[in-house]
Design a protein around this ligand. Structure first.
Ligand code: ZN
Length: 198
């Protein structure tokens, strides 16, 4: 599996270790690593918290990413091949595709696929989170709703913005506030890059 090299987590929230950039969860005797607070991590934390460690993604050795974590972020965090200084392995990780499910009274509803529900339930919406078109703000993300199978991101459109019926995507980042209760926050929503077949 490779030698374990635990590091300090980026933060502690409600007593839980929170991952920073390039950090992952591993278990003392586990064969997997985890890129989020998945069920396996939660179970370990509940039963034997001292066996849950944080290490750098670059140091996971031959551990494989846990299936649940892989499903939640399919494009995410490929193991770096050029060492830990390779550029931003987390960048692709945190993009969630969204489709328009409705717009009414200036409120735009965007749905994510069910596999992102868990990730979005760990995601906060901080004040002034923008919907960006180009570099212009067309609206503000007001909340995430994970009560449905297809979780929703709810956007308040700016009065002067014109609505575009296109695929969107949400970018995630670490929360800005140290006191945040969730490990992720929405950075912005933007129209998705056009796919070749669309
Ligand atoms: Zn996991």
């Amino acid at each position: 599996m490779g030698e374990l090299k635990p590091v300090q987590p980026a933060a502690w929230r409600e007593g839980r270790p929170i991952l920073g950039r390039d950090q992952v969860y591993v278990m003392k005797y586990g064969r997997e690593f985890h890129t989020q607070w998945c069920q396996a991590v939660a179970d370990k934390w509940a039963s034997a918290p001292r066996g849950l460690l944080v290490t750098l993604l670059a140091d996971v050795g031959t551990r494989a990413r846990c299936q649940q974590c892989s499903r939640a972020a399919p494009a995410a965090r490929e193991r770096p091949t050029r060492g830990r200084h390779s550029p931003e392995p987390a960048a692709a990780a945190s993009v969630i595709p969204l489709r328009v499910v409705g717009i009414a009274h200036g409120i735009l509803y965007l749905a994510a696929r069910p596999e992102f529900r868990e990730l979005l339930s760990e995601t906060a919406v901080e004040p002034a989170t923008p919907l960006l078109v180009g570099s212009k703000r067309d609206g503000m993300v007001v909340r995430v709703d994970v009560s449905r199978d297809e979780p929703l991101l709810v956007v308040q459109m700016d009065p002067r913005a014109s609505f575009r019926d296109v695929p969107y995507q949400a970018r995630l980042r670490a929360p800005l506030q140290r006191s945040a209760t969730k490990p992720y926050a929405v950075e912005s929503i933007e129209p998705a890059p056009r796919e070749p077949d669309s």
